[in-house]
Design a protein around this ligand. Structure first.
Ligand code: AMP
Length: 408
């Protein structure tokens, strides 16, 4: 379906084509008419499905048809991380470039200047605020925000926010919003705690579900049986000489491993950068800018990066180890093959990680092809996931081892 058929205005359709979108994705087809119709919505959709545009386009459509208000906020988008807040705000900027609709991303980690700019936007009025819960509460506590004209509130990645422990903060924020608002909730999974939250903040919502916890069709998945000490050697072998792989992300489960893998690959003359919560906000942004600009071919990251971060054209995702949370696997490999493209996701499995991987296969309802590493890399463990569930830890096997300003 094209965007005109969904009831969006001609001006907005021009901006959508500037962004390179031709056809609506399934979540956009289902969500946009309902949001335009002022329905509350609970949508189960993972990142990579086009969910950001699904909620932001109808809101922009509505905003473009109304007068700007002087000192208030119209829409609040609440999301779990600063990276996601920046990315959502960037998409809003793209769609509103030729309009006077204003937006700002508000997140922690900045300096005093950031706070003053945020305060100025929040007090003088801004159409769309994209924020993380903690920072929004910090501003709420100062008492200078006019929230009485809020018409739309969106919770993005709601399951992730509850995992992080934002439940009480979210309810507190919602206690400040007008009752007659429209509320949209997006979540990659629908556990009971999400349904319970929905009962508290949504009003007779319509429900949309787009394939839960399944990787995009275009991702080719493969798992290699590989002892930990051989993993970097094998990664080097995987990426050596593959010039067409211009953007590669390697996910590790801990910050410590990010540093280790970066060091090992750098030793081997790779242009590699690492990103984890050890870096401060400006360092993280700097790394992402370099990676997006393809000044760095390999990015080593913790799961902070796996959700929602949109970097185009990632050809290869490597799971250095299996994530603890099976949902994180889907998010990690969702960094490749975004919106109709193809990509490869490689997972490295030592002995102890096999049972976790079996659980992931059950979740995605797919058996992933498994292979030993080439013999010249070294010995491989055998695939025996049930044993790995019982086996004590044995790590050492293996031979070698934008506020644009107020609308006027
Ligand atoms: P999201 O699920 O919001 O993280 O979006 C995933 C990616 O798909 C982003 O790069 C969007 O720019 C892109 N995208 C969203 N909607 C469309 C569309 N209708 N056509 C092409 N790409 C899209």
């Amino acid at each position: 379906m094209n965007f005109k058929e969904l009831g969006l205005s001609d001006d907005l359709i021009d901006s959508i084509s500037y962004m390179g979108f031709e056809k609506a994705t399934p979540i956009q087809e289902q969500a946009i008419p309902k949001i335009l119709d002022r329905k509350d919505l609970i949508a189960c959709a993972q990142t990579g499905t086009g969910k950001t545009a699904a909620f932001i386009l109808p809101i922009i459509n509505k905003l473009s048809q109304k007068e700007a208000s002087n000192d208030s906020i119209n829409t609040v988008v609440i999301c779990p991380t600063r990276e996601l807040a920046i990315q959502i705000d960037q998409q809003i900027n793209g769609f509103t470039y030729f309009t006077s609709i204003s937006s700002i991303a508000i997140y922690g980690g900045g300096d005093g200047d950031d706070w003053e700019e945020q305060k100025k936007a929040l007090t003088s009025g801004v159409d769309i605020v994209v924020t993380t819960p903690g920072k929004f509460i910090a501003h709420l506590n100062m008492g200078y925000m006019n929230l009485k004209n809020i018409e739309h509130v969106i919770l993005d990645e709601a399951d992730r926010m509850l995992d992080i422990g934002f439940h009480d903060d979210i309810l507190r924020i919602f206690s400040y919003f007008p009752k007659d608002r429209q509320t949209l909730m997006f979540s990659a999974t629908m556990p009971n705690k999400i349904r319970d939250l929905a009962k508290e903040i949504l009003n007779e919502p319509d429900e949309i579900s787009i394939a839960i916890s399944k990787p995009a069709e275009g991702v080719m998945q493969i798992a290699y049986l590989c002892y930990d000490p051989l993993k970097t050697k094998f990664i080097k072998r995987l990426i050596d000489g593959k010039e067409s792989c211009k953007s590669i992300i390697i996910f590790t489960s801990t910050k410590k491993q990010v540093g280790e893998v970066v060091r090992e690959l750098r030793n081997k003359d790779y242009l590699v950068l690492g990103i984890s919560s050890d870096l401060d906000q400006s360092q993280r942004e700097d790394v992402l800018i370099k990676f997006r600009a393809k000044q760095c071919r390999v990015l080593v990251a913790t799961d902070v990066m796996s959700r929602g971060i949109d970097i185009k054209d990632i050809n290869l995702v490597i799971n250095y180890n299996v994530p603890n949370d099976a949902e994180d696997y889907v998010h990690r490999i969702g960094r490749t093959a975004r919106a109709d493209t193809t990509g490869i996701a490689v997972t490295l499995l030592n002995e102890e990680e096999q049972y976790k991987f079996l659980r992931i296969e059950r979740l995605i309802e797919k058996e992933v092809l498994k292979s030993p590493v080439p013999t010249e890399i070294g010995e491989s463990p055998t695939w025996n996931p049930n044993a790995s569930n019982k086996r004590p830890s044995n790590k050492n096997r293996g031979k070698s081892k934008r506020y644009k300003g107020k609308r006027s």
